[in-house]
Every structure is written in C-alpha cells, then in structure tokens.
Design a protein around this ligand. Structure first.
Ligand SMILES: [Zn+2]
Length: 201
C-alpha cells in the first residue's frame, strides 16, 4: 500500500507522502498478528477531523491525535497492543457551552480476539479488540479509545467562563433535585437572566 518508499521527498502535498517521524500519519489498516509476531512499534498521527463518532460525542475537532502502539505476544501467547494516545480537544464547557481546549490522554492494553465470543476469556486488564480477516482498522481503535478517555465534564476557569459560578449556584440551588444536570436550556436561562439584570443596575 505504501506509495513512497523513500522518506526524503520533502515536496509535500500528497496525503501519502511519507514524512519523517512525528508528522507521519498512523496507517489506517494493519495486519496486527504479523505486527505482534514481529513486536512492532507504530507511532504516528491521526487527524481528528477523520473521526465522525468523536465529533458526535465531543463536537467538531481539528488537529491530530498522537498515537503510539506496541504490538506483542504475552507469556500466555495472547496477542496484545499496548497503546498510548494524546490529543488536544475542543470540548464544550458545561456551564456556558463555549468550547475550551482540553488535553486528553490515555494508556490502554488491548487483547486481540478473532471472535466476539472470545472476549470473555480475556483478563480484566485487557480490552478486547476484534480482528477480522487478520486486519485491524487502527482509526476505529484510536477513535474508540479517544471517546473512552473523554472527561465527563469540563469547565472553564471561573474567570474565563461566560457564566459566573454565582449565577449558576443561585439558579440551581433550589431546584437541584429536579433539574437534569445536562439540560443545556438551564444555561440559556441563566444567560437570559444575566441580560435581564443588566438593565436593573
Ligand atoms: Zn464556560
């Protein structure tokens, strides 16, 4: 599949251009059993705008996820992938819904299985990853891990937030039991209240 064998063409421009080290894209499809047998280490970038399920969970993203994957076989003969990923995401602030920049990183250990029924045989330390026809889609793996590593909630620092903590506390104090915490309209109401108060002062 590799279009360029020689990595020293610096003209750039092609998506298949084989760039040096940290600017190289992670291959999207690999043969994981072979990589495990050879104990290969893959390091590369995944463009965040190529991950539609991540966009669904966390909004549109730009930039890259930095990924390191170490393929191997453990003492029990299990083929596994030890991985690390790091990305800077734009996540909506829970208070004001305006995105803020948030570093997300994850360490993970995947156990390769050829059939979903075999997932139960993996130890709890391993997340199952399904290998079909000896192929693995690394974009799917990275996207799954990124979604799993999303923080539950993010907030701006109080000084930077478009809704002050005071407003939020006074608004939610009395209705804490009934108000669903994820209701975005609660925030809109706070914003409306803020505008309404401006005239009073
Ligand atoms: Zn905010």
């Amino acid at each position: 599949m590799k279009k360029y064998v020689d990595g020293f063409d610096t003209s750039g421009g092609s998506a298949y251009h084989c760039a040096p080290m940290l600017t190289s894209q992670l291959p999207s499809r690999v043969e994981p059993y072979k990589l495990a047998a050879r104990r290969e280490r893959l390091e590369g970038l995944v463009a965040l705008d190529k991950l539609p399920r991540l966009a669904e969970e966390a909004g549109d993203q730009t930039g890259d996820c930095h990924v390191v994957l170490e393929f191997g076989v453990d003492a029990q003969g299990r083929r596994e992938i030890r991985g690390h990923l790091q990305a800077t995401l734009a996540l909506a602030c829970r208070r004001c819904l305006v995105p803020l920049s948030q570093d997300v990183s994850s360490e993970f250990l995947l156990g390769m299985i050829s059939d979903e029924a075999l997932a139960a045989e993996l130890p709890a330390s391993h997340e199952p990853v399904l290998v079909e026809n000896e192929q693995l889609d690394l974009l799917t793996v990275v996207e799954d891990e990124l979604i799993l590593s999303l923080p539950q909630v993010v907030y701006h620092d109080e000084a930077d937030c478009h809704v002050s903590a005071d407003q939020l506390v006074s608004k939610t104090d009395g209705e804490a039991q009934e108000a669903p915490a994820t209701n975005p309209f609660a925030v809109l109401n706070v914003l409306k209240g803020k505008d309404a108060l401006k005239g009073k002062k």
